[in-house]
Design a protein around this ligand. Structure first.
Ligand SMILES: [Zn+2]
Length: 111
């Protein structure tokens, strides 16, 4: 099992990200959370698992340390411009810069 408190914190951040997205984009249907495969692995999660009710975790090849709210809506750049500080439009999805925090530094070789 993954470390429960870390995952609970992560899930809270994910839920907040989804809630923020859905609040700004009430006509979008959010279906997933995108994370870099590296993050999914180091968090002990599994691609394709339902990480929140109705929300599936996807490896999306995006940057590590952040997650993307995956939705079926269109994000045009003008609409999200004022959210740039916390939300980056990347490809057709958006990035919520909620770093996957609470992670210990990766193991390093001893040199
Ligand atoms: Zn959206």
């Amino acid at each position: 099992m993954p470390q429960t408190s870390k995952i609970a914190y992560l899930l809270e951040r994910l839920a907040q990200g989804v809630a923020a997205h859905d609040r700004e984009n009430p006509d979008h249907h959010t279906w997933g959370i995108g994370m870099a495969h590296f993050d999914i692995e180091r968090l002990g999660l599994e691609e394709g698992e339902e990480i929140l009710p109705g929300i599936v975790l996807q490896a999306d090849g995006g940057v590590t340390g952040a997650f993307r709210v995956l939705c079926d809506g269109e994000h045009d750049e003008g609409a999200v411009e004022e959210e740039e500080e916390i939300v980056d439009a990347v490809a057709e999805q958006e990035i919520v810069h909620a770093p996957v925090v609470g992670e210990p530094p990766p193991l390093r070789p001893p040199f």
